[in-house]
Design a protein around this ligand. Structure first.
Ligand code: KG4
Ligand code: ZN
Length: 353
């Protein structure tokens, strides 16, 4: 239920992010200035499992969140009472992880008697571009390319997205993580593959690039690419033992993943006749992908915004999207719940389907 509050023109907002395996908080103002930001990564906890273990993630959020919030207040040089609102990413993500952030945000909002704001994590990934560039980005095509999502949205406004299509199997980041595990590279796989690929030959293996000859389908597929890496490694067991061979596999994998993302996104821009593209999410940090997309966008005369590398992976600064909801008077009461699943249609940040 929306709640009525007197709103300020430049509010100070605490944003909390615990959707997956980063515990993050930020204090931002309504002009999108970042007063303080902290990210506590859980990478080391999940590394030995080769991926995020949800139960471990939520327990680590429990331990980390209050120190992270404290540190963020300290960096911002403000006290909790200086806040005008408390925002939290309540969808989508791992249920247990989301609950930790939501419980903390509700408690703070209640104790401080400040409005509570819901943040849609996927919309926030796109909003990272707005925070970084402070330009008029909307309407735009939004590409969210992360560990859990590889999706295209028609972003009508910062808080009004329509799902156009996404991966039919693995997310791009998931494919990076799984391919890295096959190559015995540490989690998270994206940065590991990127590093090893620097010395490899991207043309050593011709890995599959599915759906490129179906331009009308705004969809992605990465499971075949992952399987192709497995087949190559199983066919010649000596490859895994050679650093040079692993670099070639990593570089060829990265090239194929980047090619698919770029080509399908360009096809979607054509189909939707949109001329502005905003990209967010962890895989957006990949240098090869950024370079290829920048070049393709330039050739197609597309206005491209990719979130800066530090704002691609999960962080609470992108929760600055809460300022939009604050300005629209979209506040929540204590019945606010989490929503773990993929959001197909959202309006005012609410899941419509
Ligand atoms: O957005 P994010 O931090 O969390 C989710 O919302 O999922 O994305 C994490 C994903 C992981 O799969 C990670 O391997 C991938 O982003 N990633 C990268 C890079 N940095 C992170 N993938 C490719 N290249 C990178 N440099
Ligand atoms: Zn994310």
């Amino acid at each position: 239920m929306p709640v009525a509050y007197r709103t300020l023109s430049v509010p100070i907002i605490l944003t909390i992010e615990t959707t997956c395996d980063e515990t993050a908080a930020a204090v931002i103002d309504g002009s999108l200035n970042v007063l303080g930001s902290t990210v506590a990564s859980q990478e080391k906890l999940h590394q030995k499992f080769g991926g995020v273990v949800p139960e471990i993630a939520s327990r680590a959020h429990l331990e980390n969140l209050l120190p992270v919030i404290d540190e963020t207040f300290h960096k911002a040089g403000i006290a909790p009472a200086d806040l005008d609102a408390v925002a939290v990413a309540n969808m989508p993500g791992l249920a247990g992880s989301l609950l930790v952030g939501l419980a903390a945000a509700k408690t703070l909002a209640q104790v401080l008697r400040k409005p509570l704001i819901a943040v849609n994590h996927l919309q926030a990934h796109i909003y990272a571009c707005k925070v970084a560039f402070k330009e008029n980005l909307f309407p735009c095509l939004g590409l969210i390319v992360s560990g859990g999502h590889t999706s295209l949205y028609r972003c009508r406004t910062p808080i009004d997205f329509m799902f156009l299509g996404g991966t039919i199997d693995d997310a791009a980041g998931e494919a990076f993580d799984k391919a890295a595990a096959m190559l015995a590279l540490p989690y998270p796989g994206g940065p590991s593959i990127q590093k090893v690929a620097e010395t490899g030959n991207p043309k050593a293996y011709r890995f599959p690039r599915p759906l490129l000859n179906e331009p009308e389908r705004m969809e992605f597929s990465f499971s075949g690419l992952k399987t192709a890496v497995r087949c190559v490694l199983e066919k010649d067991k000596s490859l895994a033992a050679s650093a040079a061979a692993r670099a070639d596999v990593a570089a060829s994998f990265q090239e194929a993943a980047a090619d698919c993302l770029v080509a399908k996104t360009l096809q979607a821009l054509k189909l939707t006749a949109m001329k502005t593209l905003c990209v967010g999410g962890g895989v957006g940090a990949n240098r090869r992908f950024r370079k290829k997309l920048t070049e393709a966008a330039r050739q197609a005369d597309i206005r491209l915004y990719i979130a800066p590398i530090e704002l691609c992976t999960d962080n609470a600064v992108m929760g600055a999207i809460a300022a939009e909801r604050y300005n629209a008077g979209l506040f929540e009461d204590l019945s606010l719940d989490i929503h773990a699943g993929l959001l197909r249609e959202t309006r005012n940040g609410k899941c419509l389907s």
